[in-house]
Structures are given as C-alpha cells and as structure tokens.
Design a protein around this ligand. Structure first.
Ligand code: FES
Length: 109
C-alpha cells in the first residue's frame, strides 16, 4: 500500500515537518526530515515514553540541525536511521516509515 504523505516542498531543505497519514486504516503522526532530494520519515513517538518529539509543531531538529531531538528529555537520534545516540533511550530507535519521493511527492510505501 502506498500513501501520500506530503509534497517535498512542504519540508524545508535541511529541516523537518510533521504530518498525519492513514496507513492500513490507522491514523498516525509522522516526522519527516529532508536532506536535498531525500526524506527520512519516522513515527512521531519517542521510544522513551512515547511522547511526540517536536518542540513546536514540525520542529524536530537540534540547533545544529544534525540530529532529531526529543523535546521532552533531549534524546538525540541520527537522522538517517533514527538510532538514539544519547538520552534516556540510548540504543533504541525511532520507528521508521519507509518513504520514497516521486515527482515532488513524498509517499509512505
Ligand atoms: S520522552 Fe523522549 S527522551 Fe524522554
């Protein structure tokens, strides 16, 4: 099943945004980080206690924009694979949502 998540232009290059999509009859919140033509998508739920990660709606990155950062306790996650490198859930990972970009549209696949 393929579901449209957003337009690529809905995410500023080098930055993040939040979206809601329905997959398999279940509506979930997602975070997406764009690096040029590539987009990394994860469920918007921290592996620590399940809180949404964004500080303000759609703001998921640390100040240097090198990592995804949880707003609740500051855990840092690698953008490319969602692995937590520091914080109370170090060693755990965000839930990946495989995505692909076609003709300027981001799809969950
Ligand atoms: S809820 Fe994310 S680090 Fe605690």
């Amino acid at each position: 099943m393929t579901v449209e998540l957003c337009r690529l232009d809905d995410i500023a290059d080098g930055d993040s945004n939040r979206f809601v999509a329905e997959m398999g009859g279940v509506r979930r919140g997602y975070l997406a980080v764009r690096q040029g033509p590539r987009v990394f998508v994860y469920g918007n739920s921290c592996p620590h206690i399940g809180a949404p990660l964004d500080f303000l709606p759609g703001e998921f990155l640390n100040a240097e924009k090198t990592h995804i950062m949880c707003s609740t306790h500051g855990a840092l996650f690698r953008i490319e694979d969602g692995y937590c490198i520091s914080g109370p859930c170090a060693g755990k990972s965000l839930i990946p949502a495989p995505a692909e970009v076609r003709e300027g549209i981001v799809y969950l696949v």
